[in-house]
Each structure stands twice: as structure tokens, then as C-alpha cells.
Design a protein around this ligand. Structure first.
Ligand code: ADP
Length: 412
């Protein structure tokens, strides 16, 4: 039976998951990385392939890769990186934002210091820029290392570059750029680009017919892994931060709340990200204490402690206020009470998030899958179910690499 390989490059590690035609996970390998950069990504990608059992490598029919959204590189005509990559959360694009404001429509997602377009404009001022031939996202470049054709992306990664996912083209304001030719050709996620190069097939013992597909972003890959498929299905990611995503019939965009919609087949994947989340929990509790103390919480009882847990002031969604103060007082003497208040309050913010999406026109919420470190907390699941009023389920799979493997399996 053929296998399908998904590879995920997240913020602190990379993972490969192979599934079979029944979507059963057959093997999983992860490698952490602390230092990062194009050379390191390449080493990690190759190390992942080398770590797969040899017998299994020959069975791989298709590969798809996801990367962190808006992590980008500038490459020469051979596809070699000629500048340090700029990471998803790097705000140096702030310096060029006025130039983007001049050309982009008001409230366009590219008008953000972390947008891929802002990063391209930043590169445009570098002495190396005349040598540039391709501007790529992390996932595009890693896939290129396998299939050998630089300059191809997918419309999930390309959203923050300004690609028009409604009309499936680059808008005029991008087409008129003097460096428009650097922008990648954009295909649907999971489109076959070609087979692995002969060199890659030989080096890693892959089948010469093994296909490489366009990828996606790490968060969409995680969404795909969850099992969410129908309108009203949502995934809440309770990691360091709180991220919600909802499959909707309608497209929802709101610059104010940092909301934009990704295209997912005939549907729209909409959502928002709050700065609240597990990072604040970790300030007060070890993961072990979180698990232990949570067992003592009665999830059916509402905690009246009303916090807005943040590491530093400011949130965008569901409350748009750059100065919003963290609210973590009063702190009860009892740690279990305190934790209950924190979990209840984050659940309140999550529910407000879904309410906000609905107000902005998204389809009604039907059920919520959960991913991230907080997903393994059953008490929190019950608290959230009480607040959300719809079933809260564990994601079928939570690893983005699994979602990319599904993408590879469904590739066309
Ligand atoms: P990241 O977004 O960094 O990838 P993870 O998905 O790995 O985060 O989740 C890590 C977060 O999960 C930590 O911030 C931690 O506080 C939280 N966490 C870990 N265990 C639990 C638990 N049992 N209950 C609630 N939160 C937890």
C-alpha cells in the first residue's frame, strides 16, 4: 500500500509523518531545532528523510510540506538563499510599511509589519537584491529542495504576500511592482508540482515516481489534521497562544481584529489569534502541576474570577486594544482556585472569539476540535464546552505533519 509523507516545519522543531491510504499513521519522526536558518532547515529536512525506515521510504507516493506562515527567503536563480530568512514574527517590515500603504487597498492583510510583502520590500533595499530571482516561503523552498523547481507556492502561504484567493490571481498592485517576477507562481495547496529529483531519489532511496506537492502553512496543516471538515467545524489551538479557526460558508475579513479568511476548497477558513493562552499558564505552573491541579477542578462550577491572562499589554482579537492590560488579580491563596480562574477566563475569551466571528458574518459554530498543549486537559475541555454550548472534541490528530500528509494523500 502506498504511503503519504507530511513534513512540518514549526517554530521549534520539524516533524515527518507517513500515513497510508486509510489515513492510518505509519511512522512519525521529530527533530527539534534551536538554531535556525536556511542551511539548518535543509539539514533537518534531509535528516528527517534519512531517519525514515528505508523499507518505508520506497513506498512513499507523495510528499507535502508545511512551514510557518510568513517565514520567507530571497533566492538566486538556482534557488539558493542569498539573505538570511526573515521569520514569521519579525517586524522589520515596519520600516517599509508606508510604501506598502501607498499601493495596497486600505485594510489589506499585506499592510502589516510581519506580512510577507513587507519582508519582500525590506529585502528590496538590500545590496544582494539585484541577484534575487525568487521570493519564497519556507514551505515553498523546502519543497523545492525535493522537486527542484524554484518559484512555486500555494495560496495559503501566499495570502500574506497579497495573493487574491477569491479570484486566484495576483492583484494589479502586485503585478505592477518592478520586482513582480520574483513572486512565486501560486497553485492550490496539495497540487502536484512534479516528482522528486533523481538526486534526491537516489540519495534517500525514494521511489523515482514519488510526487512532491504544494504545501500549506503550519496552522492550516494542523487544522486539516484535526478532523474538522464541515461548515461550522472549528479548531481551537490552546498552545502558547489561543488561536481559533472556523470553517465557514462565508468569507470573513476584518483588519481591525486581524481576521482574514483562507480558502479551503469551496469553503473559507476564518479565525483569529489572541495573545492569551498557555504561555501565561506556564508563568505560574509547570506542565506537571497543570495536569495535577486540573484534576482537582470541578469544571461544572463556573469560576467567578474574571481575568484577561496576557504576558504583556495588548491584544487584537477578540478585543482589539493594543494597550489592553493583563488582568490576573485578585489571586486567591489556593492554587487550584487560581488555575480554575485562569482556565475559565481563557475559555471566556475563546467563546468571545467565536461570538466575534459570528457577528462578522461567519457560519454558526457546530463543534470545536482542540489542539495544542491545553488539549490534553479534560477539565478545561468541560469548562469550554459549558461556555461554548457545542461539543468540544479532541482533534483526531494534532500534528501539522499529519495534516500535510493528508494533503499529500489528496494531492491532484
Ligand atoms: P506552542 O504554541 O508553543 O507550540 P504547545 O501546543 O506545545 O505550544 O502547548 C504548550 C502550552 O500548553 C504551554 O504554554 C503550557 O502552559 C500548556 N499546557 C501544557 N499542559 C497543559 C495542561 N495540562 N493544561 C493546560 N495547559 C497545558
Amino acid at each position: 500500500m502506498g504511503l503519504f509523507l507530511g513534513i512540518d516545519f514549526g517554530t521549534s522543531g520539524a516533524r515527518a509523518i507517513a500515513i497510508d491510504d486509510n489515513e492510518t499513521l505509519r511512522t512519525e519522526i521529530s527533530l527539534p531545532f534551536t538554531d535556525t536558518g536556511a542551511d539548518r532547515w535543509k539539514e533537518i529536512l534531509f535528516a528527517l528523510l534519512e531517519s525514515l525506515p528505508r523499507s518505508l521510504r520506497l513506498e512513499i507516493e507523495a510528499i507535502a510540506i508545511d512551514g510557518t506562515s510568513s517565514t520567507v527567503l530571497l533566492c538566486d536563480a538556482s534557488g539558493n538563499s542569498i539573505e538570511e530568512p526573515i521569520f514569521y514574527n519579525d517586524t522589520r517590515g515596519n520600516a517599509v510599511l508606508d510604501r506598502i500603504r501607498e499601493i495596497a487597498p486600505a485594510d489589506h492583510p499585506v499592510i502589516s509589519s510581519t506580512s510577507s510583502l513587507a519582508k519582500l520590500f525590506w529585502y528590496a533595499d538590500r545590496p544582494s537584491f539585484p541577484r534575487a530571482a525568487y521570493f519564497l516561503h519556507q514551505a515553498d523552498w523546502l519543497a523545492f529542495l525535493l522537486h527542484g523547481k524554484p518559484g512555486i507556492s500555494d495560496y495559503h502561504n501566499a495570502l500574506k504576500l497579497g495573493y487574491d484567493v477569491e479570484n486566484l490571481c495576483y492583484p494589479d498592485f502586485l503585478q505592477n511592482l518592478p520586482f513582480f517576477t520574483l513572486l512565486p507562481q501560486v497553485l492550490a495547496p496539495g497540487t502536484v508540482i512534479g516528482t522528486v529529483t533523481a538526486e534526491i531519489a537516489l540519495r534517500f532511496g525514494l521511489n523515482a515516481d514519488c510526487r512532491v506537492c504544494t504545501g500549506t502553512t503550519d496552522s492550516i496543516a494542523a487544522f486539516l489534521a484535526s478532523g474538522a471538515r464541515s461548515v461550522g467545524d472549528a479548531v481551537t489551538s490552546l498552545g502558547s497562544t489561543l488561536v481559533i479557526k472556523l470553517l465557514s460558508d462565508t468569507r470573513v475579513d476584518s483588519a481591525k481584529y486581524g481576521i482574514y479568511s483562507h480558502r479551503l476548497g469551496d469553503l473559507w477558513l476564518t479565525g483569529g489569534a489572541s495573545n492569551t493562552g498557555g504561555a501565561v499558564l506556564r508563568q505560574f505552573f509547570s506542565d506537571g502541576d497543570l495536569a495535577r491541579y486540573s484534576l482537582e477542578i470541578d469544571p461544572d462550577r463556573e469560576s467567578t474570577l474574571d481575568y484577561y491572562p496576557l504576558l504583556r499589554p495588548g491584544d487584537r482579537f477578540p478585543i482589539n486594544d493594543p494597550l489592553l492590560a493583563p488582568r490576573l488579580e485578585p489571586r486567591p491563596d489556593d492554587d487550584i482556585e487560581f488555575l480554575h480562574g485562569l482556565l475559565e477566563s481563557i475559555a471566556r475569551i475563546e467563546a468571545l472569539g467565536y461570538q466575534r466571528l459570528r457577528e462578522l458574518g461567519a457560519s454558526p459554530l457546530q463543534r470545536v476540535y482542540t489542539a495544542g498543549g491545553g488539549a490534553k486537559n479534560p477539565a478545561w475541555g468541560k469548562i469550554r464546552e459549558r461556555r461554548l454550548g457545542v461539543p468540544v472534541l479532541l482533534s483526531k490528530q494534532t500534528e501539522a505533519a499529519y495534516g500535510s500528509a493528508l494533503l499529500a494523500r489528496e494531492s491532484i
